[in-house]
Design a protein around this ligand. Structure first.
Ligand SMILES: [Zn+2]
Length: 104
């Protein structure tokens, strides 16, 4: 089950999402657009449409074709980054100002 399965993302997609998705797949030659550090493109098929900048910008320019594997990897990393940012934000609220009594 993908990470976004329980999110409300699907409800926030535009009514012509399927057409946009297909248009992006056509632009990307129906292939995944993920590239490794040597600029070599993935040979997997375009199976999912990724939001390049993760937000509600559903314009063709912000969409990228990806295979399920790379989309899952990217979405998983974005989720982990969001959780880490949240943790840092909460952690800074409760940071101790005084020194530990054992500290010299
Ligand atoms: Zn791929």
């Amino acid at each position: 089950m993908p990470n976004w399965a329980n999110s409300d993302r699907r409800n926030r997609l535009p009514s012509d999402w399927d057409a946009r998705r297909k248009k992006r797949f056509r632009i990307d030659d129906f292939r995944c657009t993920w590239e490794n550090v040597y600029d070599e493109r993935c040979t997997g098929p375009a199976e999912e449409c990724d939001h390049h900048i993760p937000n509600d910008d559903h314009s063709i320019e912000n969409l990228r074709s990806m295979c399920s594997f790379h989309h899952g990897q990217k979405s998983g990393k974005e989720g982990a980054d969001a959780r880490a940012a949240n943790w840092r934000r909460n952690n800074s609220k409760f940071r101790r100002a005084e020194k530990h009594p054992g500290e010299l």
